[in-house]
Design a protein around this ligand. Sequence first.
Ligand code: SF4
Length: 204
Amino acid sequence: MAYLDIPGHVQQKPKEVTLEEIQAVLGNCQRCELGQTRTKLVFGVGNPHARVMFVGEGPGKNEDLQGEPFVGAAGKKLNELLERCGLCRDDIYIANVVKCRPPANRNPKPAEIEACAPYLREQMRSIWPDAIVCLGNFATQFVMKTELGITKLRGKMYQVGHFQVVPTFHPAATIYHPDWLQDLESDLRMLADWLAAHPKGVES
Ligand code: SF4
C-alpha cells in the first residue's frame, strides 16, 4: 500500500464536532460566488459514523434542486455499484468538495474550492471514517494534496494521515467513458475487501 504523509492534511481528530453544528455554521453560506446561483446548498448525506466517506466534486442539476448529493444518473450508478460490491449506501457518508452547484456544471474554481474547504475538512473530522473514496480529480487532489490525475493514481489504496484513501473515477464520468466503469467497480471491490479484512476497532 502506498503511503503519503502530507503536510497540512487532516491528520488528527482535534475535537468532537457534530455534522449538525457544521451545517449550522454553514447556514446560508455566501462565501463564494456559487452561493448566488445555487438553488439548494448540498451539505452531504449519510451515516454520521460511517466507516467510509465518499467525496465527489460538486452538486449537479438534480442535486442542486433536491439539496442532496448523488441523486441523479451518477447517484443511480453509484448505488448499483455499491450494491454489487456489497457496500450499502446507508452505511456510508457522501459529500462534495464544493457544496453549491457550479453554473452549467463547469469545474469549480480554485477560489471556490478554497472557500468551501473548511466545511469538508470539518465533515471529515466529525465523521472520522476509516476510508475515503475520492470520486474524480477534484476530490482526489483535495484529499491527497496532489497534482496527479486520477488515471495515474487509481487502482491502489493510499494511507493519507489517518485515512485509507481510494482515488477512483467519478460515476458521472463513466456515463461518457463506459470502459472506466469496470475500473471504478474494481476500486470499490478493493475497498470492500479492505473493510472486510480490517473490522472496525481492530488495529492492523
Ligand atoms: S460553494 Fe461552499 S463556500 Fe461557496 S457559497 Fe456554497 S457553501 Fe459557501
